[in-house]
Design a protein around this ligand. Structure first.
Ligand code: SF4
Length: 428
């Protein structure tokens, strides 16, 4: 998930320089790119991600930065968020903010008053677009649904509901604290409260047949969300599912053939319903695409505020990676000392391009790049993938075909071969 920031002194930019780790010089063709990194953030937009790190319990598949706490002092957290927002706005306040995203964790555990105070500070810190998108992730328990109206009054205009399954037995297996009935009720209330509503489903679950997924997705598509995020269950190391899987105690996960069948059903049914995948796992009716995540995928700049939040910031033509301390107490302590952020890293040109391709090629629209901006070796590999039917290319733009999307990680590994930087690490 993503995060963003606040207002204050205008001389913060010099702090940014002092706090930067210089990039290693990296010989190689990718250093030919990044002639104008500023253009990427201007085209991609500018957003703010705020991370709320607490949940009521830990789901066994979850590897997000989420924690269960006996007691949370929301006032203390408000002071910290507002301080970081002020610091961030002091550095970037001249930019125009297009989106704010409350992610987590479970942001629907935040008091609506806390969300309102944060959004007031955001509007004081930056100029914002007329139709600022403000998304909040929520779990569909009845208690959290009771806060929806308060969030709307605070300025949230898009809710992202973590429904995950429409089957009670599977919800229990996923460690979720809500039932399918509660999820449907929360969704109806969200539709009546917010102008835009998205929800998440996890598929390729234990024992899930193509027929069962077809029925469940069919119901989801009748629920009139404008946006659906449909993720295949992945087993991450370090999670409870990861431990069980390693011990052979997680039976019924789909083999490759069944995973492909489930993927194909997803594309076929969402396409027929007018909710095509504008990104690998994200589907929307036209015009309802999540603008915040588009900032990431289009290579825009975004601020990350809150424990473990990452950001990307282009200052004086240098693309910086930012990261906040991960543990909630460590982040609060760092904020109290004046800076809730770890030392920044200036990204090498090759890493900027690799990231741009890894993010942008998730989109159906592909990557906009002028001919000649790509190193010749990379361009040649793309040409080869085009002739294999896995990619498409037109003037100033290229992307991955529907066939290539099934194999996206392999396609990316091929394009980025020999670069030695970040590489894709998970299959669809
Ligand atoms: S509610 Fe979301 S963030 Fe919290 S543990 Fe479950 S999956 Fe992770």
């Amino acid at each position: 998930m993503a995060t963003l920031g606040d207002i204050s002194q205008r001389d913060g930019a010099s702090d940014a320089r002092d706090n930067v780790t210089k990039p290693e010089g990296r010989p190689g063709p990718l250093n030919q790119i990044n002639r104008d990194p500023v253009e990427n953030w201007q085209r991609g937009g500018f957003g703010l991600y705020l991370h709320w790190p607490f949940c009521l319990s830990k789901c066994p598949y979850c590897d997000f930065n989420s924690h269960v706490a006996a007691r949370i002092d929301q006032r203390e957290w408000q002071d910290a968020y507002l301080a970081e927002i002020a610091r961030a706005a002091g550095e970037t306040g001249e930019r125009v903010l297009a989106s704010v995203y409350f992610g987590g964790g479970t942001p629907s555990l935040m008091d609506p008053e806390l969300v309102a105070a944060i959004l007031d500070a955001v509007r004081a810190g930056w100029r914002v677009v007329n139709d600022l998108e403000v998304t909040l992730e929520a779990n569909p328990t009845s208690v959290e649904a009771g806060r929806f109206r308060g969030y709307a009054a605070a300025g949230v205009n898009r809710l992202s509901l973590g429904v995950q399954a429409l089957d009670d037995r599977d919800l229990a297996a996923l460690g979720r604290l809500h039932t399918a009935g509660e999820a449907r009720a929360a969704f109806d209330l969200a539709r009546a409260t917010f102008s835009r509503v998205s929800f998440d489903l996890i598929y390729a679950r234990q024992g899930q047949t193509p027929e069962a997924w077809r029925a469940e997705l069919g119901e989801a598509l009748t629920m009139a969300a404008d946006h659906l995020s449909l993720y295949q269950l992945t087993i991450e190391p370090g999670t409870a599912f990861g431990t069980r899987h390693a011990a052979g105690r997680l039976p019924g996960l789909p083999d490759e053939d069944r995973a492909v069948a489930l993927w194909d059903i997803t594309q076929e049914m969402t396409g027929a319903a007018g909710m095509v995948a504008y990104e690998v796992s994200n589907h929307a009716v036209e015009g309802a695409e999540g603008r915040h995540n588009l900032v990431y995928w289009r290579g825009g700049d975004y601020l990350g505020i809150g424990p473990g939040a990452h950001g990307r910031l282009t200052l004086d033509g240098i693309r910086l990676a930012t990261e906040a301390p991960r543990a909630p107490t460590a982040w609060l302590q760092a904020v109290r000392q004046g800076r809730g952020e770890l030392p920044r890293e200036a990204l090498a040109a090759g890493d900027v391009l690799a990231e741009r391709l890894m993010m942008g090629l998730r989109l159906a629209e592909g990557v906009t790049m002028a001919p000649g901006d790509l190193p010749p070796a990379v361009a040649a590999r793309i040409d080869m993938l085009v002739s294999d039917g896995l990619m498409w290319r037109e003037t100033g733009r290229f992307g991955v075909t529907a066939t290539g999307r099934r194999l996206l990680d392999a396609v990316l590994r091929e394009i980025l071969a020999d670069q030695g930087g970040s590489q894709p690490d998970s299959d669809i």
